[in-house]
Design a protein around this ligand. Structure first.
Ligand code: PMP
Length: 295
């Protein structure tokens, strides 16, 4: 299947308050965000014509920007409205939404004090993050060599482009070995997350998940914890060491793009795609659908 490159698609992209034809939404090569990683982004999904937890995502974009000393020149409400309008103009009901904010071209050098902060929102169709054929058996994960950084080393809670450098390297390595993705440890050697999703384990009917103290406390993660608790399943957030993986029965990863995806293997450790993983996947896919408004 040939994929149309992302700069060659049809439609419009919202850019700094205006709708620009998709192919014209460009930046110059001398852009601070490109040279110094001064950019933050979001990943959102629309279901049935509405972006799931839109304002939470928009707020996280603003929070990430602040962590990089960037002030977005719009309000959260303006970005929410721009997102809804872009979705409408693209004509999709189910789609992936990518807002990004970056420092522009006014200054070149590590200091970017007077660079303009640009914002764009692009929306496209992205049905499944992982091969749907792997859902039954669960995806296979490698264990990454790079580790999530200490919060003293990087703004580890920001959804900042620079933090994805180690994710891309780790995912490439994993894919070359035939894995779908890689699980990353943190700087202390504890289980952290995947390259674009949070991770959960199941043992004796209880859920265990790493405490998000140096990686993204994902919006999907929090949603899934709420759904599990609604089902009276105990959720334990704690430090998890990689050796413990041998004792877990089920594993699944969660994220806006990944939704709830069962895991069958992590390196030498095997898991079954069991009832808890299946139930929470179904619960999540129900939860993201727009709630019918009372007449
Ligand atoms: N961790 C990383 C590194 C991610 O890129 C993502 C996806 N944004 C997540 C976790 C999950 O976050 P969310 O559920 O908010 O999409």
């Amino acid at each position: 299947m040939s994929i149309v490159p992302f700069d060659q698609r049809e439609g419009v992209i919202w850019m700094n308050g205006e709708f620009v034809p998709w192919k014209d939404a460009k930046v110059h090569v001398l852009t601070h965000g490109l040279h110094y990683g001064s950019a933050v982004f979001e990943g959102e999904r629309a279901y049935g014509g509405e972006v799931f937890k839109l304002t939470e995502h928009t707020q996280r974009l603003f929070d990430s920007a602040e962590m990089l000393d960037m002030k977005i020149p719009f309000t959260v409400a303006e970005i929410d409205a721009a997102t809804r309008e872009t979705l409408k103009r693209q004509g999709f009901t189910d789609a992936y939404v990518r807002p990004i904010a970056w420092r522009g071209s006014e200054m070149m050098g590590v200091s970017g004090q007077s660079n303009k902060i640009n914002v764009a929102i692009a929306i496209w169709q992205w049905p499944s993050y992982f091969d749907p054929a792997q859902l039954e058996k669960g995806i296979r994960l490698d264990i990454a060599e790079f580790r999530r950084p200490d919060p003293m080393t990087a703004p580890s809670k920001a959804k900042a482009v620079g933090l994805y450098m180690i994710c891309t390297i780790s995912k490439h390595k994993a894919e070359r070995k035939g894995y779908a993705d890689a699980m990353m440890l943190d700087w202390r050697g504890r289980v952290a997350e995947c390259t674009g999703a949070n991770i959960f384990f199941v043992k004796n009917g209880e859920i265990h998940t790493p405490t998000p103290d140096c990686f993204l406390d994902g919006i999907t993660r929090r949603t899934v914890i709420g759904l599990a608790q609604k089902r009276q399943i105990k959720v334990i957030e704690r430090a998890i060491m990689p050796e413990e993986l041998a004792g877990f029965e089920q594993c699944f990863i969660v994220g806006t793009a990944a939704e709830v995806t069962p895991v069958g293997e992590i390196g030498p450790y095997k898991f079954t795609v069991g009832d808890v993983s299946r139930m929470l996947r179904t619960d999540y896919l129900n939860e993201v659908q727009p709630k019918k408004k009372a007449a």
